[in-house]
Design a protein around this ligand. Structure first.
Ligand SMILES: [Zn+2]
Length: 151
């Protein structure tokens, strides 16, 4: 969620850093209806700043379901766990792909997949259609997973 002014330059920087794919569910912005958006990793409500280290590129679904939350209860441990943070975490440490499903590989992965509804049936249907047209994963998503953005 964002309400702060974010310059076109900063938006472009965040998008390019993410190779134009959602940093949570890996969909390419060109394959989304609404385009990807700029997400405050720590929401402004919780004091997160509008600076590159606190911004992520996120599709409208991930961004909307995440809202101003910063984490959730991980029901496996019973403890509060923060969401995946693309600036300090590596995607492959917290998620794995099983076909079109994004499977959590950690507590961080579990709360992120659940709260952002990453495997919602509508999103699986969309991902399946993309997979059939060779758009999931895109080359950009593969570059993102192996590229500089992921350290
Ligand atoms: Zn997404």
């Amino acid at each position: 969620m964002s309400s702060a002014y974010i310059s076109a330059e900063l938006r472009q920087q965040v998008a390019e850093r993410a190779y134009f794919v959602c940093e949570y569910c890996l969909i390419h912005t060109d394959d989304t209806h609404f385009g990807c958006q700029i997400d405050h990793i720590i929401s402004e409500k919780h004091g997160g700043l509008t600076e590159p280290e606190n911004l992520a590129y996120a599709c409208a679904f991930c961004n909307r379901f995440k809202g101003s939350d910063v984490g959730s209860i991980d029901w496996e441990s019973g403890e509060f766990v923060r969401f995946y943070n693309p600036r300090i975490d590596r995607w492959r440490d917290h998620f794995e792909l099983s076909g079109i499903r994004i499977i959590p590989a950690s507590g961080i992965g579990r709360v992120t997949v659940r709260l952002l509804q990453i495997n919602h049936i509508d999103r699986l249907i969309e991902r399946q259609e993309l997979a059939e047209s060779k758009r999931f994963l895109t080359p950009e998503a593969i570059a993102y997973l192996t590229g500089r953005a992921q350290g």
